[in-house]
Structure formats: structure tokens, C-alpha cells
Design a protein around this ligand. Structure first.
Ligand SMILES: Cc1cc2nc3c(=O)[nH]c(=O)nc-3n(C[C@H](O)[C@H](O)[C@H](O)COP(=O)(O)OP(=O)(O)OC[C@H]3O[C@@H](n4cnc5c(N)ncnc54)[C@H](O)[C@@H]3O)c2cc1C
Length: 429
């Protein structure tokens, strides 16, 4: 690079930097890229979307299919496009209105296939794949010219701004009784790369699905179509239609309820936790559970596994009520680490001197979603997704949270550009 940077391999051509590098090509990263290309007026050469998956949204699709999800929990206006009725028009144009599923006291919800096909349509229409660089970001540092250097194992990129859209934390949550089992024991986590529900459903013994939320419930229903399944939960299944009250979609409500509290404070975390209906299932999943149970395909049990050991081809399990099971397999649907535990969060906070608040969440500028430096000024690193929860509220990780974050980023772009001494070049600098 000609700006006097340290030696190293750069992926972007010499003297050129991206306007935005987006880290993560899931629902959030792809939605942000679409907004920047469409409403932001950026060209493809100005954006780079770094994600290790072969296809954008690959992580979401894999998870949704693994747990047997049939329909989205969110409504037909929540998707990755800029126009609210884009998915509705897409369904109509493709004669797929029947895939907008009516839901009592709630707008229609798309099937998973319709949601994904619409996302693919948006990606193809804007050729967002042209911005996709298949790799993993390992660090972001500041160049001596005030730009950001984004490191990947195959070289570095330079950007004016970086958007962090990496989803939830890196590690899967595994209960302590499971940690001593060998790798080849009949134990899997639904989000393990090599977990295959078809193989799991072919197991001869009883399958215990462990978890108390929507993923566990859907997975248990899916596996019970072919196998003997017990859904094991610590608590009764609570029923809620959505992840939070719909008022939390409204930015003014978020300003009043969240932004009025000190940035990065525990009080913000508490208010968001109280507003989120975590570990709940919507009524239509409850109906699926009841149907499967009434047909004798599924057993629902309260309690916990206390210890497990490999025995023959399966597991010998002991439960907290003293009962046991043999020839069993266990599939965990116990989630991920919290978002701030993603390894990049700590690395970036350190290399760019960024502020972290309660529970390790990034402290953001509520208006722009710029991660603040320790000295209180805005960095050029922006955040979308679960990591932005302290500013975007209880729906931050959801599809609608991606739309809210994209809107903020476009606003922030305008305010950063208007603050610049000289007008920034619209092409690469
Ligand atoms: C099964 C399931 C169903 C859901 N259903 C709904 C629903 O109906 N409605 C709703 O609103 N929300 C739903 N959600 C919640 C939310 O919308 C999804 O979790 C969504 O995938 C979040 O998008 P994301 O982009 O933040 O994360 P992800 O989709 O996980 O994408 C993050 C991406 O970042 C990549 N990444 C991570 N680290 C790096 C790195 N260092 N460098 C480069 N890339 C990196 C990952 O590989 C991944 O591809 C659901 C979630 C799940 C798991």
C-alpha cells in the first residue's frame, strides 16, 4: 500500500480502500449491504462483505433447516429488502401467497422457503454476491492515515468504515455433565457443524432433546416424525407469540425506554432482558408439540440430566429425579454464548481502544451505532445484530433489528460525511 502501512498482503488493490467492510454475511450483514447499495447509492467496488460461508445467509439457513423450522416467527414485512412490502410482492409475483401463513392476532408470517427465496431474489437483483469475500476476519486495526485495516487469514482489506455483524457468540453452550463425554459419544449440539437431523432421526434408541425454547421444541417435533423422542426442559414451556412486545420495533419507544438510561449501563441490560421473551415458544409451535404428544410420537418431560456415560452404542443417563435411561442419544438445543463473548469483540475492543459496558456489550452511539472509543468519541466501527442490543433494544438480533441498524448506518454516513473537512470521494480513496 502506498500510505506507508506496515508490510503485509493486501487483498484490495494498492491505494484503494473500501467505503465499508461488513464483517458477517448473515441476515444482518446482507441486509446492511443491500441498504448501502440501494438507499446509500454505493457501488459494488466500495463494499466488501466478509463471511466464511459459501453463500450469504448460509449460517441462518443451515440453522433453520437443522432445527426443522417451517415458518418465520416474524411477519412478512420483516425481510432484508428496503421496501416493506417487497416480500409480499415477491410472493404474489411467484403465485406463492399461500406461503404467507395466517396467524391469530398477528400479521401473516412467511414460510422459511419463501423468506429464503425472497432473500436470494434480493441478493441476485443487487448482485450482492459480487461484494462477498469468503473468509474470516481476525482483527481490525487503525492505519496511520486514520483508515481501518481488516485482517483475514489470506490478507488484509482497508476501509473507511467497518460494520460488525457477526451474530451470536462463538462457543456453543454445553451443560457440565456433557463435558466429560468422549467425542464419539451419542451427544450432539443442534448447531454443531456436523449435526445432521436425518442421521439423528435414524437412531434406534430414545433421543433426548435438551432445551426449553423454540429451537428445542421445533427440533423435537422434527425428530419425532421418525424417532422416539423426549423433550427435556428445566421449566414449563411458556407461550408468547413474539420475542418481545411489538412496541419495541418503534424507534421512538426505544429512545424513550432505553436511550434515556446511561449508555452501557446494567440498567439498560436489565430493561432489555425484562422485555425479551427469551426461552418461549409461539402458540403454533405449542400446537405442534401437543399434536406430536397426542399421537404418541413425543414425550415432554421436566427435569435435567445429572450425569451421562457412554454405554454400548448409546448413553446411560441419570436424571435429577433419580430415574435413568439407557441406549439413549442426546441432542442439545441449549444455545450459544452471549454475543459479547464472540472472540472478535474482545480483540477489537483492545486493538481499537473501544468502550465496553455491562456484560461486555459494546457501548454505541445510540444515534449512529458507532462503537465509542474509551475517550468517548465515535470510532468508524459500527455494530448490527445481537451485539447492538444496548442501543437497538430487544429486537436487535432479529430481522427487523437489521433494518433498524441499516437505517441508523445510513444516517451516520450522512453525519460523518457532513463533518468531513473535504467532501469524501465516492469512489475508493
Ligand atoms: C433457527 C432460528 C430461527 C430464527 N427465526 C427468526 C425469525 O423468524 N424472525 C426473526 O426476526 N429472527 C429470527 N431469528 C433470529 C435472527 O434473525 C437470526 O439469528 C439471524 O440469523 C441473525 O442474523 P445475524 O446476521 O446477526 O447472524 P448470523 O445469521 O449468525 O450471521 C452472522 C454471520 O457472521 C459470520 N461471522 C462470524 N464471525 C465472523 C468473522 N470473524 N469474520 C467473518 N464472518 C464472521 C458467521 O459465519 C455468520 O455467517 C432466528 C434465529 C434462529 C437461530
Amino acid at each position: 500500500m502506498s500510505d506507508g502501512e506496515p508490510d503485509g498482503d493486501y487483498i484490495s488493490p494498492a491505494n484503494q480502500s473500501y467505503e465499508y467492510v461488513i464483517v458477517g454475511g448473515g441476515v444482518h450483514g446482507t441486509c446492511v449491504a443491500n441498504y448501502l447499495l440501494d438507499e446509500g447509492g454505493y457501488d459494488h467496488e466500495e463494499l466488501c462483505l466478509v463471511d466464511p460461508h459459501e453463500r450469504l445467509l448460509g449460517s441462518f439457513e443451515t440453522k433453520a433447516r437443522k432445527c426443522g423450522m417451517r415458518t418465520l416467527r416474524s411477519t412478512f414485512v420483516h425481510h432484508i429488502d428496503t421496501e416493506p412490502f417487497s416480500l409480499d410482492s415477491f410472493a404474489e409475483g411467484a403465485h406463492r401467497e399461500h406461503e404467507l401463513v395466517p396467524t391469530e392476532d398477528y400479521p401473516n408470517r412467511p414460510t422459511l422457503d419463501l423468506f429464503l427465496d425472497h432473500a436470494r431474489y434480493v441478493i441476485d437483483r443487487r448482485d450482492i454476491d459480487a461484494c462477498h469475500h469468503q473468509s474470516t476476519v481476525t482483527d481490525v486495526t487503525r492505519t496511520r492515515h486514520g483508515l481501518l485495516r481488516v485482517d483475514t487469514p489470506v490478507g488484509s482489506l482497508v476501509a473507511r468504515r467497518v460494520v460488525l455483524a457477526v451474530g451470536l457468540g462463538g462457543q456453543l453452550t454445553v451443560p457440565s455433565w456433557a463435558t466429560s463425554l468422549s467425542d464419539n459419544a451419542r451427544l450432539a449440539h443442534v448447531w454443531d457443524d456436523d449435526f445432521d437431523p436425518t442421521t439423528a432421526a435414524a437412531f434406534d434408541g430414545r433421543t433426548f432433546v435438551v432445551g426449553g425454547g423454540i429451537t428445542a421444541a421445533q427440533l423435537a417435533c422434527r425428530l419425532s416424525e421418525d424417532a422416539d423422542v423426549t423433550l427435556l426442559s428445566r421449566h414449563d414451556f411458556e407461550v408468547e407469540l413474539t420475542e418481545a412486545d411489538s412496541r419495541w420495533i418503534n424507534w421512538r419507544h426505544i429512545e424513550q425506554e432505553i436511550h434515556s438510561l446511561p449508555p452501557g449501563s446494567a440498567a439498560r441490560c436489565d430493561r432489555i432482558r425484562a422485555a425479551r421473551h427469551d426461552a418461549t415458544i409461539p402458540p403454533y409451535i405449542e400446537h405442534r408439540l401437543v399434536d406430536a404428544r397426542d399421537c404418541g410420537d413425543l414425550d415432554v418431560r421436566h427435569g435435567e440430566i445429572e450425569c451421562a456415560r457412554a454405554s454400548g452404542d448409546g448413553l446411560h443417563l441419570r436424571f435429577d429425579d433419580g430415574t435413568t435411561a439407557t441406549d439413549a442419544q442426546v441432542v442439545l438445543a441449549t444455545g450459544h454464548d452471549s454475543a459479547p463473548k464472540h472472540p472478535l469483540v474482545g480483540a477489537l475492543a483492545e486493538s481499537l481502544s473501544l468502550e465496553r459496558g455491562a456484560n461486555g456489550f459494546p457501548v454505541l452511539d445510540d444515534r449512529t451505532l458507532a462503537w465509542q472509543r474509551s475517550d468517548g468519541t465515535d470510532s468508524a466501527l459500527y455494530v448490527s445484530g445481537a451485539l447492538a442490543e444496548m442501543s437497538v433494544g430487544p429486537f436487535a438480533r432479529n430481522v427487523v433489528g437489521a433494518r433498524r441498524a441499516a437505517e441508523r448506518l445510513l444516517d451516520s454516513r450522512d453525519s460523518v460525511d457532513s463533518k468531513a473537512v473535504a467532501p469524501p470521494s465516492r469512489g475508493r480513496s
